[in-house]
Design a protein around this ligand. Structure first.
Ligand code: B3K
Ligand code: ZN
Length: 877
């Protein structure tokens, strides 16, 4: 809790730690309200620290019981202890063992940071600064130590005791009802990777043998009775382990790898060494309870956390400014994994959709920050789309620039040079520069300059000369704290598509062929002249979304229709359709009436009818840009109702013009046999359900009956929930009946009722806000469970533009009130909700004023957490 403005922490103030810790011996005795933590730290003065510096340890709300040095209690005057720090001004020697005993109350821990309870089990979350809520420690990521953890608990209450590393011994404590387990992790690690779990859990076992023959015992621990839901996660884990060996040469390094699924968790999952802790949403799945999207998320997140073992754990971050060093890189790795397991183009399209929806939006508003920030007031607020998703894009661009082999040699050097270290972005880039001889000093700007670069491209064909001239102009709009922007390095993948639909050769004026179809843009203005072109080509730019930029060009609607049908780059086929749609939607929103969408419909028809295209691709291409994407493209003076109306009109036009195609597709895409979560079957379902959505749009009794029929007959959650979501868009009696039936069927399954809550929070009609308020009163909702809060309140604030941005300001008021009441319980979840206001400055003046008023109400409240205070302050700045 803050008394004043949270203090800024600056990258430029980084100093090496004054004291290092070689080993940590923990003895943790679990108790619901008074868990006893005894920690023995082998402290050593850092020769690189400040001479004569005191031992200064971090704490957060701790109760000190006892302090001893080399076994002898320390006298009261020799140290200073507060709940938030422990200082020994005159340490006894340059090396000594400090013993600290603290008491913590896991039941009272509603922040879910440090040691807390979830469904009666004990678990921990330490990243970034939770370890200090367990014991006093130099709680920073550049203090790496070897941990041994003894965990003791009541046998009945916590029969399973898990820690980092390998199990050393375990057994009963004779004459008591308690037992213990000792875990040892031989790999030095920062405190944020510490974890323990104790509870009544069932183990789903697995086994893996690494490439060099090391057997690894795998375990996924779930609440008792949920064992049958962990099979897919186990399979994904094994595939991840194999893939990291094949794609990056990385093997696992302990005898065991455990995953625990818990139901109260602030984020998706956590990569603690050898003991990943997961939000159960990203582990548990059966065809009856999980959708195709859930399966894909489980696969990606299991992989992501596993991949952290090398990118994050073996090589960690020197300080929290370097967060993208592990997160951007690990997102890149999980994206590559999913691309290899599924369809690469479809995965890329999905990733770019997410990037634009979340990161481009963040970059265009008051919360914009560089991939590597230079200042923070609350580090928890920097686990953002920019650090994660844009961070991954920067790694992807590096690969594009260096090529497959250059990238791999840089990665190999990184693992070799920095294994066991706490590294920086400079260290990372130096490996690629040293391995390939590339100068990456200009490229490094992607880490420090915020904002999404714009690239305006103009192509001109000269028929007589047989040349195509491409003029590009790049600029980056100002962002908070950065007004003057420099040009960045843009690897622009491109092709010139000839009239026959084939790529024409890319030969520059000086006779050089363009390498791998990628030109490097480094200046504000540049021109490229391609020669030897006997016919006018259509330029296909930024293929595969090779750079995370806002591109505009002078292609005509006819050119876009042509690219949608012929481009050899599937991403740009998708993007051509989206560009046609966005243009119509923007004009429709501005003019109050939709222009005639014939070009788009022509392009859409060709995609729908092309038998060579993957159904999953078709489903992506034919899904219109979302309201938020249109709003972001409009940029200023946004009226969410006008955007909604334009989109509704275009959806109707689509439904009408493509009715026959959708009807045929709906029949053709039916799947038979048992449900499989694989990409091929999921793609068919996606296209079939997209067709159902358009077929239902007219709202005729037959159309509603078809959706209702699918809802009732579905043998899997993907089809059942898709039908329910479609019915939910129609104010007909069948909607209530289906919602009620769904609720009755899944009432006792929180992960499924979350879907039901989200769906209702996103209905674009005036009654929704009251409905959301009513839903908060149901027993399936709870303000203390992050998944429930995100499912209902988060979905309302970020997934229902017309209702969150109600003209009476009640959507904003509601969110502000929820944030204020949640803040004292769980500041991380509260501040995440508050960031839904990040687009408020783009709104038309009436809504902007109302949003500002609600934000001010939050900002002015007394006793705010640093988390919420920081977001409120930056949103208003
Ligand atoms: N590293 C964790 C995120 C921790 C978030 C703390 N607020 C999960 C991940 O990115 O893998
Ligand atoms: Zn991560």
């Amino acid at each position: 809790m803050r008394d004043a403005e949270p203090h800024p922490v600056r990258l430029s103030d980084y100093r090496p730690p004054d004291w290092l810790v070689d080993t940590v011996d923990l003895d943790i005795s679990l108790h619901p309200t008074a868990s006893r933590v005894i920690s023995r730290l082998a402290l050593r003065r850092n020769p690189e620290g400040q001479p004569d510096a005191p031992v200064a340890l971090d704490g957060d709300g701790l109760t000190l019981v006892r302090l001893a040095i080399a076994g002898v209690p320390v006298a009261g005057g020799a140290f200073e202890a507060t709940p938030d720090s422990l200082t020994i001004s005159v340490p006894p020697a340059d090396r000594f063992v400090l013993e600290v005993e603290t008491l913590v109350d896991p039941t009272a821990n509603t922040q879910l940071m440090g040691l807390y309870r979830t469904s009666g089990n004990y678990c921990t979350q330490c990243e970034p600064e939770g370890f200090r809520r367990i014991t006093y420690f130099p709680d920073r990521s550049d203090v790496l130590a070897v941990y041994t953890t003894r965990i003791e608990a009541d046998r009945e209450e916590a029969p399973v005791l898990l820690g980092n590393g390998n199990l050393v011994k375990s057994g009963p404590i004779e004459g008591t009802s308690r037992h213990y387990a000792v875990w040892h992790d031989p790999w030095p690690k920062p405190s944020y990777l510490f974890a323990l779990v104790g509870g009544r859990l069932a183990k789903v076992p697995g086994h893996f043998v690494t490439a060099s023959g090391r057997p690894v015992e795998l375990g996924i621990y779930v609440e008792i009775g949920k064992q049958d839901r962990a099979g897919y996660a186990m399979d994904a884990l094994k595939r991840s382990m194999r893939w990291d060996e094949q794609a990056f040469g990385r093997e696992y390094d302990l005898d065991v790898f455990n995953i625990v699924a818990v139901s109260d968790f602030n984020m998706g999952a956590m990569e603690n060494k050898g003991l990943n802790v997961f939000n159960d949403k990203y582990v548990l799945a059966t065809p009856e309870t999980a959708t195709d999207a859930d399966y894909a998320n489980i696969e990606a997140i299991i992989a992501h956390e596993y991949f952290h073992n090398w990118t994050g754990n073996r090589i960690t971050c020197r300080d929290w400014f370097q967060l993208c060093l592990k997160e951007g890189l690990t997102v890149f790795r999980d994206q590559e994994f999913s691309s290899d397991q599924r369809s690469r183009p479809v995965k890329r399209i999905a990733d770019v959709r997410l990037l634009k929806a979340q990161q481009f939006t963040e970059d265009a508003g008051p919360l914009a920050h560089p991939v590597r920030p230079e200042m923070y007031r609350e580090i928890n607020n920097f686990y953002t789309a920019t650090v994660y998703e844009k961070g991954a894009e920067v790694v992807r661009m590096l690969k594009t620039l260096l090529g497959e082999d250059g990238f791999r040699s840089g990665m190999d050097l990184y693992f070799k040079r920095h294994d066991g270290h706490a590294a920086t972005i400079e260290d990372f880039l130096a490996c690629f520069a040293d391995a390939t001889g590339h100068d990456l000093s200009h490229f490094a700007l992607w880490y420090s300059q915020s904002g999404t670069p714009r690239l305006e491209a103009t192509g001109t064909y000269d028929g007589e000369a047989g040349t195509f001239r491409l003029d590009v102009f790049q600029s980056t709009p100002p962002t908070p704290g950065q007004t003057d922007k420099k040009p960045v390095v843009i690897p622009l993948a491109l092709g010139l598509v000839g009239p026959n639909g084939h790529d024409m050769p890319l030969v520059l004026e000086d006779g050089r062929k363009v390498d791998h179809g990628v030109v490097e843009i480094t200046k504000h203005r540049q021109s490229f002249v391609f020669t030897g072109l006997g016919a006018r080509p259509v330029a296909s730019l930024n293929r595969g979304f090779s750079a995370p930029i806002n591109l505009s060009n002078n292609l005509s609607a006819a050119d876009l229709v042509f690219l949608a049908a012929h481009d050899s780059d599937p991403f740009n086929r998708f993007d051509a359709i989206q560009a046609l749609a966005l243009d119509l939607l923007k004009r429709g929103a501005a003019e109050g009436a939709l222009p005639v969408p014939d070009d788009l419909i022509d392009a859409a028809l060709r995609v729908l009818d092309d038998p060579a295209l993957d159904p999953a691709f078709k489903a992506q291409a034919l899904a219109l840009p979302g309201e938020s994407e249109v709003a972001r493209e409009i940029g200023t003076n946004v009226d969410p109702d006008a955007v909604f109306a334009a989109r509704k009109a275009l959806r109707r036009a689509f439904a009408e013009a493509l009715a026959d195609g959708f009807a045929r597709t709906y029949e053709a895409m039916a799947t038979s046999g048992p449900y499989s979560p694989g990409a091929a079957a999921a793609g068919r379902r996606a296209l079939r359900n997209l067709s159902l959505d358009y077929l239902t749009l007219p709202g005729t009794p037959e159309a509603i009956a078809r959706a209702q029929g699918q809802f009732r007959a579905a043998d899997n959650m993907t089809d059942r929930f898709a039908a329910l979501a479609i019915l939910a868009q129609h104010d007909v009696p069948e909607r209530r009946a289906a919602l009620d039936a769904f609720y009755r069927r899944f009432e006792s399954d929180p992960l499924v009722t979350d879907k039901w809550l989200s769906l209702q929070a996103q209905i674009p009609e005036a009654a929704t806000l009251d409905r959301v308020r009513d839903l908060t009163l149901l027993p399936v909702f709870s303000m203390s469970n992050p998944n429930r809060v995100r499912a209902l309140i988060g979905a309302f604030a970020t997934g229902n533009p017309t209702q969150f941005h109600r003209l009476d300001g009640q959507g904003y008021d509601f969110l502000a009130d929820v944030v204020l009441s949640l803040d004292s319980k769980n500041p991380q979840v509260a501040s995440r909700l508050l960031s839904a206001f990040k687009t408020w400055r783009q709104l038309e003046p009436r809504r902007a004023a109302l949003a500002e008023r609600s934000l001010r109400k939050v900002a002015d409240a007394a006793g705010l957490s640093d988390d919420v205070a920081d977001i409120a302050m930056r949103s208003l700045a």
